[in-house]
Design a protein around this ligand. Structure first.
Ligand code: GTP
Ligand code: MG
Length: 299
């Protein structure tokens, strides 16, 4: 639980919402049947989704009976252990030798560009050669924003003018990253979710280009999900996963959200690893996902 303090601070609002409802239930004098029904309802009302909520309640009931858990204090402790055990963490490590390509996908404003900058800053500090590809060519401001980050961090960026083919940008970036012995190439993509079909086609094209040039190198795809969007973020993860076969997700804006319960829906419901969590706007406010810290921070 290396980042427990950051989780506790970043999850204050979710603690007030989901955590306080759970705390209240754990202290109440309910019969066993009522307890598990209410547990399910609390999850449903906290962006965990109907299916996942009933699965969580059912599995926790089984966990309690398998492990002979009785009594209020033990139930709460066991719940923290249980929750930590069902959430899937991801460890983002670079290819030991050669290139790692990371593509970030996500809806408008979910935090892709900021997350790209936070990840780039961290690896640059650790002595890695990082490069950006500005594959969000839809808005001039998007290219500009990534360019500013690249200058601030001190890393190269491959970009073209607004309206250029994102596939061409990525093609150039793959060639440039390989010839310059880059360790990590981060691809920032467009997020206009309202134009879903076109966006999906565009992302699939980029995906194909990366795969055709990746060779033995490592390639990862993360959906960047805004915790304040709650269950909408779950839907986005589901749609992106269907069309793009995600490796995992990053959950952003945990600090401004009371709807951090969506983390449970995405990880347990969709079986997707959570690699990182955004707990603020500063570069250091992106932390690795720790299921035990997450579960403990709910109370
Ligand atoms: N509080 C908080 N704000 C965040 C976090 N991550 C991103 N943001 C803010 O969210 C806003 C949108 O972030 P961007 O990185 O521009 O999002 P994007 O997905 O690139 O957006 P588009 O390019 O428009 O699709 C910015 O104001 C960020 O500072 C976080 O973890 N916590
Ligand atoms: Mg952006």
């Amino acid at each position: 639980m290396k980042f427990i303090k950051k989780f506790q601070k970043g999850m204050g609002k979710t603690r007030q919402n989901l955590g306080s409802k759970l705390g209240y239930l754990f202290r109440s004098k309910k019969s066993e049947a009522e307890f598990f029904d209410e547990l399910e309802e609390i999850f449903i009302s906290s962006d965990v989704g109907i299916e996942t909520s009933s699965k969580v309640a059912e599995d926790f009931r089984k966990y309690c009976s398998d492990n002979s858990v009785f009594g209020k204090e033990r139930i709460k402790e066991s719940f923290v252990e249980f929750l930590a055990s069902i959430l899937i963490p991801g460890d983002f490590i670079l290819n030991e030798e050669g290139l790692t390509v990371l593509m970030l996908l996500g809806a408008n404003g979910s935090g892709k560009t900021t997350t790209a900058a936070k990840i780039a800053g961290k690896f640059k500090t650790n002595g890695k050669k990082v490069m950006f590809a500005a594959a969000d060519t839809f808005r001039a401001a998007a290219v500009e924003q990534l360019h500013e980050w690249a200058e601030r961090i001190g890393i190269p960026i491959i970009k073209q003018q607004q309206g250029a083919d994102p596939g061409a940008v990525v093609f150039d970036a793959m060639i440039s990253a390989t010839s310059k012995n880059i360790d990590l190439l981060i691809i920032d993509t467009a997020g206009r979710f309202h134009n879903k079909v076109n966006l999906t086609k565009e992302l699939q094209k980029i995906d194909k280009i990366i795969k055709s040039k990746i060779g033995d190198n490592k390639y990862m795809k993360f959906a960047v999900l805004d915790a304040t969007a709650g269950s909408n973020s779950y839907t986005q993860a589901e749609v992106f996963n269907e069309s793009m076969n995600l490796d995992g997700v990053v959950i952003t804006k945990m600090d401004s959200s009371a709807r951090g319960g969506v983390t449970i829906a995405v990880s347990y419901g969709l079986g997707l690893p959570v690699y990182m969590v955004g707990v603020g706007e500063k570069p250091e406010d992106l932390i690795p996902f720790e299921p035990d810290s997450f579960a403990a921070s709910l109370f």
